[in-house]
Design a protein. Structure first.
Length: 157
């Protein structure tokens, strides 16, 4: 179980077990019965659960512990989900960094390359430089193919 985002009054949890409808129904039922929880939205396609709660009535630790027990797994906090307060007091949360800087840098460069080649290709097409227009179009298609291949699992899930 991974806490994808966390702000007071709202927590998003992701887990492969959340892709199963019976598990989701049981968790939603338990959470809606908890004091302070005002809403639970589930997306079984991606295995995501959004819990909206009143921070004044219930602590996020109780929500995470409930979901953790129902899923039968530990809690992990993604680097971007860490709130301003510390989780050191909560022994069932394991801190890990999921973002690998080199992978993110490669993705950003690929996206910039796609955008630059597309703009350049359109500009060259407008000015009638056909061969350069085709060449930059090929570069764009190659970069888009790489982008599409890296995200194929997300697109066809």
């Amino acid at each position: 179980m991974v806490v994808a985002s966390l702000v007071d009054g709202r927590v998003r949890i992701r887990d492969e077990k959340l892709k199963r409808e019976p598990v989701l129904a049981r968790i939603k039922e338990e959470l809606m019965a908890a004091p302070g929880v005002t809403g639970v939205e589930a997306n079984p396609r991606v295995g995501s659960l959004l819990v909206i709660y009143s921070a004044a009535l219930t602590a996020v630790e109780k929500i995470l512990k409930t979901v953790s027990e129902l899923l039968g797994s530990g809690v992990e906090v993604s680097g971007s989900a860490e709130p301003a307060r510390s989780f050191v007091k909560m022994p069932f949360i394991r801190r890990e960094s999921f973002a690998v800087p080199s992978v993110l840098k490669a993705r950003v460069l690929n996206n910039i390359g796609m955008l630059a080649s597309l703009v350049l290709s359109i500009g060259l097409g407008i000015f009638g430089l056909k061969k350069l227009h085709i060449l930059t179009g090929i570069v764009f298609v190659a970069l888009f193919g790489k982008h599409f291949y890296e995200r194929r699992a997300q697109m066809f899930a």
